[in-house]
Design a protein around this ligand. Structure first.
Ligand code: G3P
Length: 213
């Protein structure tokens, strides 16, 4: 299962890399703004830090706009994937980029129908959002279950399912149970995954006993 760091902060990416948990990185305009970095400079530095995909998002809304920006982003480093929201223009752009040998990820996916279209268009990756579905009282993980089932019916589908909008360690575990190819997760979720109160109390007990030896 691949772990993509959901951050444009190089400190998060370095910390995940030190744990062997930076198979890729995903960014979006919000994360870039939050990092306070120049977009190109940040993406190029991140693309040097990890060997896997680095997802960078153009902001064009028309097919032509997405293509123009997407080709520029893809030229910044060999492992940059163009991350595009799922719209009609986005699907068209993915289809063209695929023919040009440029890899793309379709994002903001909230339904199995969108996931099916993304695979048909030739997206290398899809990012279905679970947390934001949970936010509106729709079980986000049901979407992952549906997509996993649909994609498994068609062995020729090469599109990878990288679960996004991951907020908790349970999201990661459930994504693994459904056989998702990976997750995009903020570093704080990685930290949360390490924690268990019985681990903490166990360490405390061992240390207390050792001090009595
Ligand atoms: O890349 C950001 C995406 O994973 C969304 O996360 O928590 O803002 O829904 P969130």
């Amino acid at each position: 299962m691949k772990f993509f760091v959901d951050s444009a902060d190089v400190n998060d990416i370095k910390a995940a890399k030190a744990l062997g948990l930076a198979d890729g990185v995903t960014t979006n305009p919000t994360l870039i703004r939050r990092s306070g970095r120049d977009f190109k400079e940040a993406i190029q530095e991140i693309a040097e830090l990890v060997s896997g995909p680095v997802l960078a998002e153009p902001v064009g809304e028309t097919t032509e706009g997405i293509l123009k920006e997407g080709r520029i982003l893809a030229g910044w480093a060999p492992n940059v994937y163009v991350k595009i929201p799922l719209t009609k223009a986005g699907l068209e752009a993915v289809h063209v980029l695929r023919q040009e040998g440029i890899k793309s990820a379709l994002t903001l996916i909230f339904s199995p129908a969108q996931a099916l279209l993304a695979a048909k268009a030739g997206a290398s990756i899809i990012c279905p959002f679970v947390g934001r579905l949970d936010d509106i009282a729709q079980p986000g993980m049901d979407l992952i279950s549906d997509i996993a089932h649909i994609y498994s019916q068609y062995p020729d589908i090469e599109t990878e399912v990288i679960v996004a909008s991951v907020r908790t360690s349970n999201h990661v575990v459930e994504a693994a149970e459904y056989g998702a190819d990976g997750v995009t997760l903020p570093f704080k979720v990685i930290t949360q995954m390490m924690k268990h109160p019985l681990t903490d109390s166990g360490i405390e007990q061992f240390l207390a006993d050792w001090n009595k030896v």
